[in-house]
Every structure is written in C-alpha cells, then in structure tokens.
Design a protein around this ligand. Structure first.
Ligand SMILES: Cc1cc2nc3c(=O)[nH]c(=O)nc-3n(C[C@H](O)[C@H](O)[C@H](O)COP(=O)(O)OP(=O)(O)OC[C@H]3O[C@@H](n4cnc5c(N)ncnc54)[C@H](O)[C@@H]3O)c2cc1C
Length: 278
C-alpha cells in the first residue's frame, strides 16, 4: 500500500506522535496505512547474541519483558517514557522513525550496537542506528520503506549501562537525558559509550567524555572529567523547559549519576533506576 500510494501516505503505529501532530494540523497526510492490523510485527526475542524487537512492540511490552530486562538500560528507557497510556500505545519502531530530538529510544540505543531493519517492496536492508537518524525528525527511510525490526547486540560480560532523564513531570518529554554504557575489566574501563539526549537535534555522542573513561580507573576525578566533557559536548537550545546553560548543568549531573550506576551494574549489582522529576 505504501508503495502504491506514495508520499501522500503515512504509517500509523501507536499514533502517540502522529495523531497529536495531525490534531495540531502540523501533519496532514491524505492516507494512513495502519500497521496495527499486521500480525507478527510485535515481538521481543533473543537470538544469536542479540535482542530483536518487532517494530510494533509497545513501550509497555518492553518495560514488562523478562527478555528485554537482560539489558537493564532498555528497561530504564521503556519504563520512563511518559505515562501508562502513552506506553501502552507507543511503539519502539514509531519512536525511532519519528526521530524526535527529545525522544528516549534513540539516545539509549545509540550506546549499543543496534541496527534498524528497513523493508520495502524492493527488499530489506539493515542500517546501523547511528547512521539511521540524520537530523531532527529526519531519517534515511525512503517513502516506500518501513521499519520492520530493531536489533541490539548483547554486550560482552562485565558491561553495565544506565539511562537517566530529568523531567518536569512523568507525561512529558525529558528536559535532558544521559545514557552511559561501560565495559569493565576489573577496575579498568575497557570501553565506554556516552550519549546525551534532548540537548541537540539528534542524540550527541560525547566522544571526549568517553575518552576520559576509556582505559582508566573510574575514580571521582575521571567521572568529573567525563561530566565536564559531556557538558561541553551538549548543544542545547533555550526553551520552555529551561535555558541552554541549565540544560548543560543537568547533562553533567546526569552523566555523573549514570556512570556510577553503570559501574555498579557492570559489577553485577542490581540497581533500580528512576528518572529524576523536578
Ligand atoms: C503526552 C505524550 C508524552 C510523550 N512523552 C514521551 C517521552 O517522554 N519520551 C519519548 O521517547 N516519547 C514520548 N512520547 C512519544 C511516544 O513515545 C510515541 O509513542 C513515539 O514517539 C511514536 O511512536 P508511535 O508508535 O506512537 O508512532 P506514531 O505516532 O504512530 O508514528 C510516528 C511516526 O513514525 C512513523 N512510523 C511509525 N511506525 C513506523 C514504522 N514501523 N516504520 C516507519 N515509520 C513508522 C509514522 O508514519 C509517523 O511519521 C510522548 C507522547 C505523548 C502523546
């Protein structure tokens, strides 16, 4: 249908971004192609060292999934999105396709080795997530393509990760967020991934903050240095959620806390995470 109708069609998944945009008349598609009637595109599986999420899998299904809980950062993300109503309808595929600069999934999944499987009548292709989103609300998807699945490689042993957001209230998007994944070998950080959300047009990979930890002991000094580099890497805009400077400060604090939780999880500690509410 998508191929037949062309660019006058929009896919409808959970409708939690598209329907509000249509109500505000920011989106005015002539046709909606409803994915909700297609069987077999909502699932969570573990296969060949990876977690596979069908595009129509709801945030709430991921929040409550024992398979997804193998990667606690994925649970942190799913459980923290808006409120129950939004989580019951909204989908992982819709979130990635929407590429909202304030969305949670892309920031979290970019700390992982994640791929987006794209399907059209011409066949299928897999795009690394860090090449999928090119700008705010912009992806490499063609008009006749849809996301069929998102895959996340299970990280090596000794890896811990955490996602924290600062929010004014549960049912709103975060003001700022930070996702951190660390692979530890004893006291030494072998690998680090640090992504910042809501402080740029797309999630920002804080490369200098990662370098401040990689190959080093995670001391208070190293954590402070990573947080300072993350602050510098952020590129926020002032808006009704706060000034640019306020968001930079938030990002530094969130990175610090997320590093601490990631290290503890890497050691095998069970740490429950909740976003921070103003
Ligand atoms: C009050 C409220 C608060 C929210 N707070 C948050 C929040 O804190 N954090 C957060 O991350 N999100 C938040 N959201 C957004 C929510 O997570 C949405 O579910 C999500 O952004 C879009 O998913 P959806 O399934 O609803 O997609 P839809 O709204 O149905 O679609 C969104 C876009 O993606 C396209 N699309 C959908 N599925 C596919 C697919 N499989 N392949 C290709 N294109 C597709 C659609 O055509 C459309 O352009 C909030 C939404 C609301 C209403």
């Amino acid at each position: 249908m998508l191929a037949q109708i062309g660019d006058e069609a929009k896919l409808l998944a959970g409708g939690q971004s598209l329907i509000p945009l249509m109500k505000l008349r920011f989106a005015n598609p002539r046709h909606l192609v409803d994915l909700n009637f297609i069987p077999g595109i909502s699932y969570i599986k573990e296969e060949n060292g990876a977690l596979r999420f069908g595009a129509l899998t709801r945030h709430a299904e991921i929040e409550n999934s024992e398979i997804a809980a193998k990667l606690p950062i994925i649970h942190d993300c799913a459980a923290g999105i808006a409120d129950v109503q939004v989580r019951n309808r909204g989908t992982i595929g819709g979130s990635i396709a929407e590429a909202d600069p304030s969305g949670d999934w892309a920031t979290v999944l970019m700390t992982q080795v994640a791929e987006v499987r794209c399907l059209s009548h011409n066949g299928e292709r897999a795009v690394p997530l860090n090449q999928f989103i090119t700008d705010a609300y912009t992806t490499v998807l063609a008009d006749d393509e849809l996301i069929s699945e998102i895959t996340v490689k299970i990280p090596p042993k000794g890896t811990g990760a955490a996602y924290l957001a600062f929010k004014r209230a549960a049912p709103v998007y975060p003001t700022a967020s930070a996702a951190v994944q660390l692979t530890m070998e004893g006291d030494i950080c072998k690998d680090a991934a640090i992504l910042l959300g809501c402080v740029g047009l797309i999630p920002i990979k804080a490369k200098e903050a990662e370098s401040a930890l990689r190959g080093k002991q995670i001391t208070d000094k190293a954590i402070s240095s990573a947080a300072e580099s993350a602050r510098a890497a952020a590129d926020p805009q002032s808006d009704m959620r706060g000034s640019a400077e306020y968001k930079r400060t938030l990002v530094g604090a969130l990175v610090k806390r997320a590093i601490d939780i990631a290290v503890r999880r890497a050691r095998g500690e069970h740490v429950e995470v909740s976003h921070i509410y103003a």
